[in-house]
Write a protein that binds this ligand. Structure first.
Ligand code: UTP
Length: 306
């Protein structure tokens, strides 16, 4: 482990250039990050989370057919004026909200993988620790995962990844972490000693999956620069993190924060449906009616077939 970073993490990188093939055909023309969870696109929840955690400079790594994301974070003066003219200040405020974030865009010419997407943000980030939030991975706002990861990074230096226990037969969908033998079982903060991308469940070092939050030391850029294409022919962030976990010198070392809260992978159809139902049933305007309907729906589905 190396020198802790002095000031807090200010910059957040959100890669949104993936093809979203799991959600086709919906994502043929609409970026998966723009799919609504109730009435707000998933990506807006994620930007709000980064800002709540203290990042005041967000850079999205974007690609072809993703213009709707940039539009969403832009002003829409005509719409705001039309709503205000009708006296609908509530909706006008909802429309304006996303344009108040400081969001920058860099482009990833071709989706060469998550590691390559992060590398595309190098000149914007510079030489300071930064957060990475995947654009289709939502963490419930009541769970303060990113803040906790930033605090761990400030204390231990190096890089920090978020880990979540998954059923062993699902580990092949994720990057998977090997944790130090000194790590107490059930601990929330663990030393990462190895990482492997989408391992065969029989060979996985653990059932701790890497989920879509990272706080990275800028040395990751040097590692990514020299990381050859890995699994799927893509430049994998997992491979560069493995080099940091097993390397030495400034910026090396990887710590895992084990997350036990609520997370939705909105790029996955089933998880997306769960996010809509959970957040819909808790929604301040719709929650009571939706929950009542849901209870009725579930009890009628459970009842005897007539
Ligand atoms: P995913 O693997 O979930 O995205 O990457 P994907 O490739 O779009 O998904 P499927 O499997 O085809 O449905 C995680 C995050 O990294 C971004 C994605 O946009 C997503 O937010 N990403 C992935 C990039 O920005 N560039 C890439 O080359 C790959």
């Amino acid at each position: 482990m190396t020198e802790p970073s002095a000031p807090g993490v200010r910059k957040a990188v959100i890669p949104v250039a993936g093809l979203g093939t799991r959600f086709l055909p919906a994502t043929k023309a609409v970026p998966k990050e723009m799919l609504p969870v109730v009435d707000t696109p998933a990506i807006e929840y994620i930007v709000a989370e980064a800002v709540r955690a203290g990042a005041d400079d967000v850079v999205m790594v974007t690609g072809r057919s993703k213009e709707a994301i940039a539009d969403h974070f832009d002003r829409h003066i005509e719409l705001e004026s039309a709503l205000e003219a009708k006296g609908d200040t509530h909706r006008a405020e909802k429309v304006a909200r996303s344009s108040r974030y400081e969001v920058h865009f860099v482009r990833q010419g071709k989706p060469h993988g998550l590691g390559h997407a992060v590398l595309c943000a190098r000149s914007h980030v510079g030489d300071e620790p930064f957060a990475v939030l995947l654009g289709d991975d939502m963490i419930d706002e009541r769970d303060h995962l990113l803040e906790q990861m930033m605090a761990v990074q400030a204390e231990r230096g190096g890089s920090v990844v978020a880990l979540m226990e998954v059923p062993p037969d699902q580990v092949d969908r994720y990057g998977c972490a090997e944790v130090g033998s000194d790590t107490a079982s059930g601990a929330d903060v663990v030393t990462v000693t190895g990482m492997v991308e989408k391992p065969d469940p029989a060979e996985a070092p653990s059932n701790l999956a890497v989920i879509g939050r990272y706080v990275l030391h800028p040395r990751i850029f040097e590692e990514l620069d020299s990381t050859p294409p890995g699994r799927g022919g893509e430049i994998q962030l997992t491979d560069a993190l493995l080099a940091l976990a097993t390397g030495s010198g400034p910026g090396s070392g990887v710590t895992g924060v084990v997350f036990r809260g609520r997370r939705y992978d909105t790029g996955d159809r089933l998880d997306y449906l769960k996010a809509v139902v959970q957040l819909g049933s808790e929604h301040p305007e719709l929650g009571a009616d939706f929950s009542a309907w849901l209870r009725e729906f579930v009890s009628s589905a459970d009842g005897p077939a007539s």
